[in-house]
Design a binder for this molecule. Structure first.
Ligand SMILES: [Zn+2]
Ligand SMILES: [Zn+2]
Length: 82
């Protein structure tokens, strides 16, 4: 559950919290973003369109990057090494 929370935080859902479970139900994570009305749709956390906290996947390795279609620092560095 904390892994889920960390993953959410790394994707810009910086206000996400673990919801204390009701008796007999599993703990849930409440998806929240400080910059938009973030939603969880079919188990996927989504920022509103244009949210500055929106993150994208590196085109080469899938790591988190800031711009759509961008390459992360690690992959760029590998290219520089040659
Ligand atoms: Zn957001
Ligand atoms: Zn990468």
């Amino acid at each position: 559950m904390t892994d889920t929370l960390q993953a959410l935080h790394s994707h810009g859902f910086d206000m996400s919290t673990v919801v204390p479970p009701e008796p007999g139900t599993p703990a849930r994570v409440h998806v929240q973003c400080s910059q938009c009305e973030a939603l969880a749709i079919n188990g996927h956390a989504c920022h509103e369109y244009g949210c500055p906290n929106t993150t994208y996947a590196c085109v080469e390795c899938g790591d988190t990057v800031d711009h759509r279609g961008a390459t992360c620092g690690d992959c760029v560095f590998q290219h520089l090494e040659g």
